[in-house]
Design a protein around this ligand. Structure first.
Ligand code: 6PG
Length: 471
């Protein structure tokens, strides 16, 4: 659709995600202008895309100026390009072509601190910026992603109708999008989503590892167990794809068994652990999941150590009661992962003054995104004002599973199962429910060797004491 100053949405970046997002907007009735910088090898991307969907309302711009001119004002430009420098470079190219109140929406996996900076910078120039977290992969982008926009309330109001039209829809009919908060909050929440994703994946992999190695189940047997679990409270996208993966065969061979056991990553897991360290919030389930990927890359050390240290603990099939115990432990672990993730978002919201609205957060992850699952439906019913562990709803869910959790971790320990994420959930839980930790000993040690001082039981928190320990 060619129309000077008439197209409602412009999208730059025709990679897999960009194409899907552009098609999603177009399928909701918008005229969409598309553009891609003519990088070597990508010169024909725009024409090819427009030709491929010649019956649709796409306008393929010949250059950036043409692209900007084809848009209705205030112009709404979605960037779906590589995060980092390319986003800054594109913004600098766009700036001279834009007028006051035009909106740049960065839909890539940008670091939240970049979005925070860009938002302040563009605001000072009279332009509007949205750091938009998008989850759901290629299919989600095409048919309905979960959207996490960070921007001012008024910019969100302006864009809500567009966002709602392309987002996934949950069971009660609500679109999976809400105004997250200001500045970099959308990308922060997307980053935590990815951390939760790493941990959810890792915990499923740990249970798969236990079933396969210690219980001696075949891929098909594990798929059947997971299929059963997927019908209930553990149901969700990641378990669903795991079932397909377990059953997939190529030339009669299980594809999964042919895949090298070295996990990759694109860095968002690392970002979330960094952020948690900076904010002083423990997220051990996520951090152990990131480290489990790193450990998997130590293939030569693992192989060498395996031949020296590994003792087979034999294979023990499980009763159906035993299988249910593992299921309950996985559910508890998963809840504890979310407790940590939400706590991190809360701390960030306070630290960066984002004013994140928690009542809708779980809602937008119910569908469309990679971590969509029944657990998000449960969490969305909880009024989150404090750490989730203190809510009655979570209390009910965890209290009935503590014994299964204890039993499972004991079995994992005695069978030599590598379960860092589930163990981290277990340890987080055992720490967060302690009225008294052993940090008094740490404080005494710090004071002993470094005169770092300590606070005293029953004294005001602002009073610090020092002991001369050798006298
Ligand atoms: C999504 C995904 C998506 C992707 C990440 C993580 O929400 O659609 O989170 O963003 O899976 O890039 O990838 P890595 O596992 O490679 O870090």
């Amino acid at each position: 659709m060619k129309g000077e100053n008439s197209n409602q949405i412009g999208l730059i970046g025709l990679g897999v995600m960009g194409k899907s997002l552009a098609r999603n907007f177009e399928s909701r009735g918008y005229n969409v202008s598309v553009y891609n910088l003519p990088f070597p090898g990508e010169e024909d991307l725009v024409n090819n895309f427009v030709n491929e969907f010649s019956d649709s309302n796409f306008y393929g711009a010949k250059d950036l100026e043409d692209f900007v001119n084809s848009l209705d004002s205030p112009k709404k430009i979605v960037l779906m390009i590589t995060a980092g420098d390319p986003v800054d470079q594109m913004i600098s190219k766009l700036e001279p072509l834009l007028a006051e109140n035009d909106i740049i929406i960065d839909a890539g996996n940008s670091h939240f601190s970049d979005s925070e900076r860009r938002s302040k910078d563009l605001d000072s120039k009279g332009l509007k910026f949205v750091g938009l977290g998008v989850s759901g992969g290629e299919e989600g982008a095409l048919k309905g992603p979960s959207l996490m926009p960070g921007c001012t309330s008024s910019t969100y109001q302006e864009l809500e109708v567009y966002f709602k039209s392309i987002a996934a829809v949950e069971r009660e009919g609500n679109a999976c999008v809400t105004h997250i908060g200001s500045g970099g909050s959308g990308h922060f929440v997307k980053m935590v989503h990815n951390g939760l994703e790493y941990a959810d994946m890792q915990m499923i992999a740990e249970v798969y590892g236990y079933f396969k190695k210690s219980a001696g189940y075949s891929n098909e047997e594990i798929a059947s167990i997971f299929e059963d679990w997927n019908k209930g409270e553990l149901g969700g996208y990641l378990l669903e794809i795991t079932i397909d993966i377990l059953r997939h065969k190529e030339n009669g061979q299980a594809t999964l068994d042919e895949i090298l056991d070295v996990a990759g990553n694109k860095g968002t897991g690392k970002w979330v652990v960094h952020a948690a360290l900076d904010l002083g919030v423990p997220i051990p389930t996520i951090s152990e999941s990131v480290f489990a990927r790193y450990l998997s890359t130590m293939i030569e050390t693992r192989t060498g150590a395996s031949s020296s240290y590994n003792q087979s603990s034999g294979v023990n099939k499980l009763s159906s009661e035993g299988i249910n115990t593992i299921k309950d432990a996985l559910y508890a672990s998963k809840l504890i992962n979310y407790i940590q993730g939400f706590d991190l978002i809360k701390a960030a919201s306070e630290q960066y003054n984002w004013d994140i609205n928690f009542s809708n957060l779980a809602n937008i992850w119910k569908e469309g995104c990679i971590i969509r699952s029944e657990v998000l439906y449960v969490l969305s019913e909880i009024n989150i004002t404090n750490n989730l562990i203190l809510t009655n709803e979570i209390k009910q869910l965890l209290l009935t599973r503590i014994s299964a959790f204890n039993q499972t971790l004991a079995v994992f320990g005695s069978s030599g199962v590598h379960a860092p994420a589930m163990s981290a959930s277990f340890n987080y839980f055992n720490g967060i429910i302690l009225e008294k930790t052993t940090a008094n000993m740490i404080q005494a040690q710090r004071d002993y060797f470094g005169a770092h001082t300590y606070e005293k039981v029953g004294k005001p928190r602002s009073e610090f004491f020092h002991t001369n320990w050798t006298k």
